[in-house]
Design a protein around this ligand. Structure first.
Ligand code: ZN
Length: 153
């Protein structure tokens, strides 16, 4: 079975449904600007017709309005890695992003290591985990009590 062209996804941040071109890798939410990796999103509906996609978005938004947010999204918003990736994207530059990331992970986990950073790297646009570690080591406000274990001051 071939994949349809358009998919309907729901933004985990603002719970608005939208249609995306499934041949794209990422998309940005029209409502809140959240950047999403299409591959990782739950696709609620698929179609090759743009009209049908628009109709499906309307239907899903109606349904979502009257309902609680999907369970999956709830779990994601309480996930420290998801939260760190999401919040860090609000930083103006790489340093600010990493500071936000480190502060959240320290708040949630006490300290964090390479494995934790890998989980955030998957969800963010900060580069791979080695790049993140390299950049974190340049920041004075984040220290490394043990090898590849970090803590925000
Ligand atoms: Zn959104």
């Amino acid at each position: 079975m071939s994949r349809e062209r358009y998919g309907i996804i729901v933004c985990p941040d603002c719970q608005n449904a939208r249609s995306v071109d499934l041949t794209n890798k990422t998309t940005r939410c029209n409502y809140c600007g959240n950047r999403m990796k299409i591959k990782k999103m739950n696709v609620y509906y698929q179609t090759n017709s743009q009209k049908e996609a628009a109709w499906a978005v309307g239907r899903l938004n109606e349904k979502l309005k009257g309902k609680e947010e999907p369970i999956k999204e709830k779990k994601e918003s309480s996930d420290p890695y998801y939260k760190a990736a999401k919040e860090s994207s609000k930083g103006d530059n790489q340093r600010e992003k990493l500071l936000i990331l480190a502060r959240i992970l320290t708040d949630e986990l006490g300290q964090f290591n390479k494995e934790d950073l890998e989980k955030v790297a998957e969800k963010s646009d900060l580069g791979d985990v080695d790049t993140i570690i390299k950049n974190i080591r340049k920041i004075d406000d984040i220290y490394e009590p043990e090898h590849e274990v970090f803590k925000s001051i």
